[in-house]
Design a protein around this ligand. Structure first.
Ligand SMILES: [Zn+2]
Length: 284
């Protein structure tokens, strides 16, 4: 195996043998380190046998600070308008750099690892139809319906460049369980494309799948108050009051079988870290 630097924070592990080029993106949010740790574990145990594995350090500066971002969320900056802005600094400068070099890496598949501020009942993937095959291959709950719901993500932009890309949300930022799940994902993808030969078969569990239909935004961060603590995959009651602010009630539609995903914490809303309050989804 040969290690070749392909850009700032981008390393290719090359075999020189014909095969797919698989990219693992880590730290697009700087405090989400599970993917990087998982890839390190796998590289300790396995030789890459063909093709190339590329490691891409998303937001390097934010990762050094162990923060989601330096000034603002890099994973909302992959739009034509933002990428064309002059004199970019901080997170936007990094987004523009990645957008300038990533197409040249000629990746065949991308997994972009993320984690969350609290534990979740299920690890999940953010699945666009162009990456359904990746969602089917990794042992986490697939969630579809995100197209156009979150603007400016790296994976939606890479899909626009013709590269199948999947986000995997592995669990709580600093938990070992999240790294274990990320490791299973890395092993699943690398073995599927025959970059490695598994030492033992992976366990496959049956899992539900969901479709997101709304990303509810915080209207007034200062007075936004959640009715209770919510966790991803909590089942909601029809018309349930999830939160309120001075001028608005945030209610569930009058319908059974609705679930919440990635509810923002009260503290993050108040600090202005989460403009999105939560997602609503149904089982499919
Ligand atoms: Zn993230």
């Amino acid at each position: 195996m040969k290690y070749v630097t392909r850009g700032q924070g981008i390393v290719e592990i090359k075999t020189g043998i014909k095969g797919p080029r698989i990219g693992f993106v880590c730290n697009v949010h700087g405090n989400e380190l599970c993917g990087r740790k998982a890839v390190h574990r796998v590289l300790k145990d396995y030789e890459i046998e063909r093709g190339s594995l590329l490691l891409i350090d998303g937001n390097q500066e934010a990762a050094l600070l162990d923060r989601r971002f330096v000034k603002s969320d890099m994973n909302r900056m992959f739009t034509d308008k933002q990428l064309a802005k002059a004199n970019a600094k901080d997170d936007l400068a990094r987004a523009q750099y990645l957008a300038s070099v990533m197409p040249g890496l000629k990746l065949d598949q991308i997994i972009d690892f993320h984690s969350t501020s609290s534990e979740m009942k299920h690890a999940f993937s953010v699945c666009f139809e162009e990456a359904q095959h990746l969602a089917d291959m990794v042992p986490v709950v697939p969630i579809s319906g995100f197209k156009g719901i979150v603007k400016g993500t790296l994976i939606e932009w890479m899909i626009g460049q013709g590269v199948p890309s999947l986000v995997v949300e592995t669990g709580e930022h600093y938990s070992t369980k999240a790294v274990n799940i990320a490791e299973q994902v890395v092993l699943s993808v690398l073995s599927h494309y025959e970059l490695i030969t598994l030492k033992e078969p992976l366990k496959q569990k049956k899992r539900p799948s969901f479709e997101v239909f709304e990303h509810v935004q915080v209207r007034d961060a200062e007075s936004f108050t959640l009715s209770r603590e919510y966790a991803s995959f909590d089942k909601l009651s029809p018309n349930e009051l999830i939160a309120h602010d001075d001028n608005h009630e945030y209610r569930v539609p009058d319908e059974k079988g609705i679930y919440i995903l990635m509810p923002a914490t009260q503290a993050n809303v108040r600090k202005g870290i989460s403009p999105g309050a939560y997602y609503l989804m149904r089982k499919v």
